[in-house]
Design a binder for this molecule. Structure first.
Ligand SMILES: [Zn+2]
Ligand SMILES: [Zn+2]
Length: 300
């Protein structure tokens, strides 16, 4: 039964599945079976929100003949399926129904997030910044980030602007969870410029982003997908967790799984990452009857 599991064993970001997402594998049912097997107490599913303009389609989606309408249809199917499965699994696992947002198109994403949230009655939202000037930080987009790097002049400038977008997004959307806060470290590391995303200027931008996050009472996730992608620490890095801990930021955990085998990956590492950097508890959401309520559990 769910109640026998350690309550810190939660993930509020993950459960992307091949049923609805072109860069994921397996069915959502298989993902939830894996979440039961991984001993999760709460597992939040947060499939990607549709990108509603064709220039933001990923090259692979285009190659598969997908359009923005395909993304819309997949998302609608997702919204119904996750709700159904959450009920079906209720005796074994607390499943939350959420989605991971996009910050494109820049002039109307906040309205779109509100619209999807209301239309499908989602439990919560993961606020992520994947795009900067039309280029994806994780390498999925048509436009390469190298172009943005050229235009802005340095990786430090890219990072500062990225964290400004995070702060704006937190204010505009008020998400319950902030996804992979230092995603820009992935890009910078791949380009051999990791030191440029931890300079004094960048630290100041991170502090401002954390202030915006605290002001809307969002939880920052420790996201273990960074370890899968070859980084030496989960998102966010040690110094950011330490800064957040000093500022009283709330932290949660997310495995950002994109296939059943990734469910539960790095959960123990996430716990150690938080404890090592001065965080003693995880903040999350849970279901009580029909209500979604905040919860907290000790990590020790
Ligand atoms: Zn994804
Ligand atoms: Zn993401």
């Amino acid at each position: 039964m769910a109640c026998a599991k350690a309550k810190w064993r939660i993930s509020l970001h993950g459960g992307h599945s091949g049923e609805f997402c072109e860069h994921a594998e397996g069915s959502l049912r298989e993902i939830l079976e894996a979440a039961c097997a991984a001993g999760y107490y709460v597992f939040g599913v947060a499939e990607h929100m549709p990108r509603v303009e064709p220039q933001f389609l990923y090259p692979r989606e285009r190659a598969m003949g997908w359009t923005v309408e395909t993304l819309e249809r997949n998302f609608e199917r997702y919204a119904h399926t996750v709700r159904q499965l959450a009920q079906e699994f209720a005796e074994r696992l607390i499943v939350l129904c959420g989605f991971e947002i996009e910050v494109v198109p820049t002039d109307r994403y906040a309205t779109l997030v509100r619209h999807y949230r209301q239309q499908y009655g989602f439990d919560y939202v993961v606020g992520s910044v994947h795009f900067l000037h039309g280029a994806a930080l994780d390498g999925y987009s048509e436009r390469p980030l190298a172009e943005v790097l050229d235009a802005l002049g340095s990786m430090e400038a890219v990072a500062v602007e990225y964290y400004q977008r995070v702060a704006e997004m937190a204010q505009a959307v008020r998400p319950e969870v902030i996804g992979h806060l230092d995603l820009v470290r992935l890009t910078a590391t791949r380009l051999g410029m990791a030191e440029q995303v931890a300079t004094a200027r960048v630290r100041q931008a991170v502090e401002q982003a954390l202030e915006a996050i605290r002001a809307v009472d969002a939880r920052v996730e420790v996201n273990t997908s960074a370890l899968r992608k070859g980084l030496d620490q989960p998102y966010p890095a040690d110094w950011i967790v330490q800064m957040g801990a000093r500022m009283g930021i709330k932290f949660c955990i997310g495995d950002d799984s994109h296939r059943p085998a990734q469910v539960g990956f790095g959960l123990e590492a996430a716990r150690e990452h938080l404890l090592r950097n001065g965080v003693r508890e995880v903040h999350f959401l849970t279901r009580e009857g029909d209500a979604i309520v905040p919860a907290v559990a000790p990590l020790e």
